[in-house]
Structure formats: C-alpha cells, structure tokens
Ligand binder design. Structure first.
Ligand code: TYD
Ligand code: MG
Length: 462
C-alpha cells in the first residue's frame, strides 16, 4: 500500500505542491499554500475500480440547434453574455467586494422573474431580510423572485435536484458555500472548487442557467475565483472605482459569444442604471481649454467609446523622474516617451510624467497611443488640444503612425457627440478599405508622430 502524503494547495491559483513553501511556484503569491489531505487512490495500482465505458463519437458536421437564450431584460448584461443567459450553463460574475455584484444580479433575477420565469436567488452572505430590504430600495419588491438563504451544499443540492422549471439560479456568493465532506474552511480553493463542480453538474442536469458570484481581491488572491474560470462557461467581471459612480461589466471568457464586449452601468440610489451612451458620461467633466488633455476614440468590444486622456508634466526635483500611470499600460507609456524623445525631439527626461484616463477607465488598446502622445505634446507645449478634435492610432518604434481597426465606427461616435475633427493614421490607398467619413468631421491624417508634435510646437511659438 503506497503511503499517502498530504499535499499543499495554493489558495490563489490552485496549484498543487508536494511540500510547503512560503511562495507559490506557479503564481508567485506569498503564504497561500495550505495543507490538504491527499485524495484516496481509486483501486489498487491507480486503476479505476470499474472498467470505463466506450465514448460515443459523433460527426463534427452533425446538425445542432444554436443555444436558446434567456434574456435578462438588462440590455447591457445581455450583450456581455453574448445575447442572454444560456440554459444549462454556468456564469461566474467576479469583482471586488462592494462593487455591486449582488445589486446587479438581484436586478437581473427580479426582472427575469417578473417576465414570468422561475428564478431562484440563494444568498449565502446576506439574510433573506437583508436581500428583501435591498429589493425594496430598488423597487423590485413586487417581483415573484424566490429567495433562499443557504450555505450548505447538501441542502442546496437537495433543493435544486428537484427543480424542473427554474430558468435561472443565482448563488451569492460561491465563497460562502461549503461541502461537509471537506475539512477546509469555506472560501478555500478545495471548498470553492468542490461546491462549484456540484452546482455546475446540477445546472447541466436540471437545465437552468447558473450564476456564481465570486469575490476577487485586488491581488486576485485568497478568494480563489481564478480556479473557477476553467470550470464555468463564461466569466464576467464587474469593475469600477468605488469613488466613481460608473461600473463596467467585462466579459473575459465566453463559450457562447465574444469576450470583448462591455456593459456600462451607473450606480445610483436605485441600483445600477444602464448607460446607453457611455461616451457622454466619460466626457461629461471635460474642460476643453486645458493643456495636457486629449480625447481618445476607443473601442470596447464592438462599441466605440470616447474617453479623455490627461497628462501632467511636473519638473522633477532631482533623482529618477517619476512615471505614474492610471488606466493605461506603464510599459507603453515608457515606450511612447522614448519615441517622443528619440524620434520627435521632445525633451521629457527631466520631468515627472503623470498620465490618467479620466473617470477611472482602463484602456488596453494600442490605438490610444496617438491620444496619449497628443496629451503629452500638448502638456509639453502648454497648449490645449483643439476641443473638437479626437485622436486614435498606434505608434511604432520609429515614430510611424499605424492603422487601427474600425476607424469608421470611431469617427461615427465622434460625430454623434459633436466632434468636428479627427487626427488619425494616414490611409495608405492600397492597404485600406475606404471608409465613410461622417459629415461635418474634418480628418487630419498623419504618417509620423513628429507631425503631431510639430503642430503643438508651432502653436506654442505663435
Ligand atoms: P453590492 O451589490 O452589495 O456589492 P457586492 O455584492 O459586489 O459586494 O453593492 C454594494 C454597494 O453598492 C454598497 O456600498 C452600496 C451601493 N449601492 C448603491 O449605491 N445603490 C443601491 O441602490 C444599492 C443597492 C447599493
Ligand atoms: Mg454581495
């Protein structure tokens, strides 16, 4: 009989190690390894006790219906889901504590229940009375939503096993659910994984759409929804700054749709309100006449979104100059500063550089390069950018301005919001598809970043 060793499981990423260490080899987190009893081996010699059954293989080309969808009635949520919930699937909704996950799901669940579907909301964190109180505040109290407070997986399993017509089941949150058979505390990787696996199995057999709510700390540690990402069909993150009123629901994995969609919400006293026109919200507090600000026509999924890039140059008191970035990639800023310095002759090495995407948004697109460069050049020349101008384009290492996708959609969004000009990559006649330019929008096409920098320097001299 082989001796059974205990193993150590990282609570952040789920990696298994043979012995304890202060730092997880796999994800680099500290103090996350927790000892767990080894799983009993199946049968002698590691062979399963019963012989396996043969798998039935089928043709790839066989007919299958597209998954039917259950619309939550919240358009921003449905879009991120790829067109609504899919029956017999599991969705993880993650986010920082207090960001509004419970609020969003209560609203969606109540709306669906109002539309005549059977919806169960199982709260492990709050009592039924607390959920009721929130529903009352949100004006949802008349919805026929079914509430339950439970944390024991056996109880929940017994209740869901008998469910035949539930359309949606929400578990808020997966970190509170525990399995009796496991010794570890609720919220540990072992518990979260075991309860999620059982809940997902129930969803697949009973045919309801399952939503698991999971907390993530800023570091992504402790709570462990990362280990769940592999198990579920879709992963959505609700993000935002608690200091700001808007929240972004972002799809990071979706087996039934695209992952780059976002939903934009505003947190109000009456819950999360959908924001149909995010650009107007993000630009609401912009002042046109300040140097160091430029409007970027970005793309979030299929949707164009305008946002303000702000740059501030401060004289460096000595020592290494600071580069602080909020909402953009620090490495990309360093690259852009180097290009501005080496290719365009803009001296910034003696300055501290602060860069911010206003409103707490986070931009991942290289297309923002041109807007960031415009904000920096404008700050350096102490001349505001034209308030009616928007910018997009990627900048290469030699300072060349490169094409980005969906120029037409970006221009259209700008025209819709009253912009009168756009600075964009010069179109190469052969390579580019022609695109329609909205009326009233003047295009300024540039091929090299120095053209943009020169413009500000000229304006500065005048
Ligand atoms: P909640 O949904 O409980 O967050 P989570 O489930 O992600 O932990 O929302 C928490 C915050 O939202 C709370 O600080 C109060 C705020 N809030 C509002 O501003 N308006 C509302 O109508 C509700 C219900 C909450
Ligand atoms: Mg909550």
């Amino acid at each position: 009989m082989p001796k059974e060793h205990n193993r150590f499981v990282c609570q952040a990423c789920g990696a298994v190690a043979a012995r304890w260490a202060g730092k997880c080899e796999a994800c680099g987190e500290w103090n996350t390894l927790v000892e767990q009893a080894a799983q009993p081996r199946p049968g002698p010699g590691g062979k399963p006790a019963t012989p396996g059954r043969r798998v039935a293989f089928v043709d790839l080309a066989a007919d299958s219906e597209p998954a039917p969808r259950i619309l939550s009635g919240i358009a921003e949520l449905d879009r991120v889901l790829g067109g609504g919930f899919v029956p017999a699937s599991a969705v993880l909704v993650g986010g920082d504590p207090g960001i509004g996950k419970s609020t969003l799901l209560l609203q969606a669940a109540a709306a669906l229940a109002r539309a005549g579907r059977r919806v169960l909301y199982i709260s492990g964190e709050e009592s039924v009375e607390q959920v009721r109180l929130r529903a009352r505040r949100l004006g949802l109290i008349d919805s026929p939503l079914q509430l339950g407070a439970a944390t024991n997986l056996t109880d929940i399993g017994a209740s869901l096993e008998a469910e035949r017509d539930a359309a949606l089941v929400v578990i808020d949150s997966i970190q509170t659910i525990w399995v009796e058979a496991l010794e570890s505390a609720p919220g540990t990787v072992a518990q979260v994984r075991a309860s999620a696996a059982e809940l997902i199995r129930l969803a697949k057999t009973a045919g309801f759409a399952l939503v698991l709510v999971g907390h993530v700390t800023k570091e992504g540690a402790i709570a462990g929804p990362r280990v769940l990402e592999h198990m579920v069909d879709a992963v959505l993150y609700l993000e935002g700054d608690r200091g700001h009123q808007f929240r972004i629901l972002r799809g990071v994995k979706n087996r039934f749709g695209a992952t780059d969609e976002i939903g934009v919400f505003e947190m109000t006293e009456r819950g999360l309100a959908e924001v149909a026109n995010p650009s107007a919200l993000f630009l609401a507090e912009r002042r046109g006449n300040i140097a160091g600000s430029a409007v970027f026509a970005g793309l979030e999924g299929t949707r164009p979104v305008l946002m303000e890039v702000q740059a501030l140059l401060a004289p460096n008191p000595g020592g290494a100059p600071r580069r602080s970035v909020l909402g953009w990639d620090g490495a990309r800023l360093a690259m852009l500063l180097a290009v501005l310095e080496a290719r365009c002759g803009l001296r910034l090495a003696g300055n501290d550089v602060h860069l911010n995407i206003a409103g707490g948004l986070r931009v991942g697109e290289p297309a923002a390069d041109l807007a960031v460069a415009a904000a920096l050049a404008s700050a350096a020349a102490d001349r505001p950018t034209d308030a009616g101008m928007l910018y997009f384009g990627e900048v290469g290492l030699s300072g060349e301005v490169r094409q980005v996708a969906q120029a037409e959609a970006r221009l259209k969004e700008g025209a819709k919001l009253g912009f009168t000009g756009a600075t964009l990559p010069r179109r190469l006649t052969r390579a580019n598809r022609p695109f329609a330019v909205p009326e009233g929008l003047r295009l300024r096409e540039i091929g090299h970043l120095s053209e943009l920098v020169g413009e500000f320097a000229e304006a500065g001299k005048r």
